[in-house]
Ligand binder design. Structure first.
Ligand code: C2E
Ligand code: MG
Ligand code: MG
Length: 244
């Protein structure tokens, strides 16, 4: 499991997203695109998600031992098929309880496909986990149905603006308008907005100007092994002018 930093508007690290990697014996390091659909077909996706969750919990436990990292959050992606399983809540709680972390530091990222089967079921599961403190994020917001019904019905703490809007936020006035609207919507609903896939300073500054307060992308740091992530904590102290 690799981790990608998320920073606030001052460039301070506020958390990280856990991203699966497969160290393949001959093909090298594989990204999820190369194995997630196969894992879905073989019925292994829940196992993979739980591996990422356990690993994220281990990191949270470690971070909790140092005042400098104790407040960091860790986000974990939950596959829609995994989410739809009847024992999703119980088994997720099992991993969280066993780890002994503060559940408020854990963010579960779901996508809109997780709600397609039954919004009621999704809402019930999310409320059940929220009752023990876990937070929820709606990933890839803007590219699915982006239904306001989801925003109304679900206990969401965060929306992640899909990187397809971020990519051309400077060059395309439509994407800029969409990003602006998502950020305003988040502000009015009291939901934090994370812009993901930020690749340059221009995009970050522009989105910060619209009121976005959380950023993730190559300009901040690529997904790296857990120990490398903590070394990168100092990155922005060397370039304070870049992110002020
Ligand atoms: P995602 O959750 O939307 O994750 C963001 C993806 O964008 C990651 O790809 C990340 O490496 C990539 N990314 C981050 N910053 C930038 C940037 O500045 N530019 C560009 N072009 N890309 C950037 P990755 O790691 O290949 O993961 C792809 C997808 O695979 C994830 O999208 C997520 O949906 C899924 N995934 C990853 N780990 C897990 C997991 O543990 N469980 C499940 N169910 N899905 C996972
Ligand atoms: Mg994600
Ligand atoms: Mg995403």
């Amino acid at each position: 499991v690799h981790y990608q930093a998320q920073v606030d508007q001052f460039g301070e690290m506020i958390g990280a997203e856990a991203l699966l990697r497969w160290q393949h014996p001959t093909r090298g390091l594989l990204v999820p695109q190369e194995f997630v659909s196969m894992a879905e077909k073989k019925g292994l996706i829940a196992t993979l998600d739980r591996m990422a969750l356990s690993s994220a919990c281990e990191q949270l436990k470690l971070w909790n031992t140092n005042p400098e990292t104790a407040l960091l959050t860790c986000s974990v992606n939950i596959n829609a098929r995994h989410f739809s399983q009847t024992d999703f809540v119980a088994r997720t709680r099992e991993v969280i309880d066993r780890s002994g972390i503060h559940p408020e530091r854990l963010v579960l990222e779901i996508t809109e496909t997780a709600m397609l089967e039954s919004l009621n079921d999704a809402s019930r599961k999310m409320h059940a986990l929220k009752a023990c403190g876990v937070r929820f994020s709606l990933d890839d917001f803007g590219v699915g149905y982006s239904s306001f019904t989801y925003l109304r019905a679900l206990p969401l703490d965060e929306l992640k603006i899909d990187m397809s809007f971020v990519r051309s936020v400077i060059s395309c006035h439509k994407d800029a308008a969409i990003a602006r609207s998502i950020i305003e919507l988040g502000m009015r609903l009291g939901i934090s907005i994370v812009a993901e896939g930020i690749e340059n300073e221009e995009q970050r500054e522009f989105l910060a100007g619209l009121g976005c307060t959380a950023f993730q992308g190559y300009v901040v740091g690529e997904p790296v092994a857990a120990d490398e992530l903590l070394q990168s904590l100092n990155i922005f102290q060397e370039y304070p002018d870049k992110l002020s």
